[in-house]
Design a protein. Structure first.
Length: 155
């Protein structure tokens, strides 16, 4: 009887580990996301954790001159948020959900990147009530809504 209980515990632990690791394994091979952020920003850490849950490897570069980074990379001023990231050939500005970044990398549109201007309540990395917000695809010749989200779910 005790032997069966031990086996049941082992199976339960293996099942739990598989359930936790499966989403990461499904997206194995995702490119590195390099995040530029101010060292005093707390919500940026929440967004980085969100990306890691969605299987993205991350690298953080802390800088007290984040606005200079945005200017150097060419993020339009009206799309600025608290952090700027680079993934592949794209820029990610603000609290863009992981699923939107995965879609961007899959579809590979001709664009500079994605942005969530400001800091919408309940967006990945932000606390508060979940409000709907737009993820903007932007480039030299185009700017359009790439998706409407509530949290990390497209609506």
């Amino acid at each position: 009887m005790i032997r069966n209980l031990h086996l049941t515990r082992r199976v339960a632990c293996l099942s739990l580990a598989t359930a936790v690791l499966l989403p990461t394994k499904m997206w194995a091979g995702l490119p590195l996301v390099t995040v530029h952020k101010d060292p005093t920003c707390g919500c940026c850490g929440g967004w980085i954790a969100h990306l890691e849950v969605h299987g993205f490897p991350t690298k953080t570069i802390e800088t007290a001159t984040i606005n200079r980074v945005k200017g150097r990379l060419g993020v339009p001023f009206d799309l600025w948020a608290c952090h700027t990231a680079e993934v592949g050939d794209y820029l990610i500005e603000g609290h863009v959900p992981g699923p939107a970044i995965k879609r961007l990398l899959t579809e590979q549109p001709t664009a500079k990147g994605l942005a969530v201007p400001g800091m919408p309540s309940g967006s990945p990395g932000m606390t508060g009530d979940y409000e709907e917000f737009d993820v903007i695809l932007y480039g030299a010749d185009e700017r359009r809504v790439f998706g409407r989200f509530k949290g990390d779910t497209q609506v």
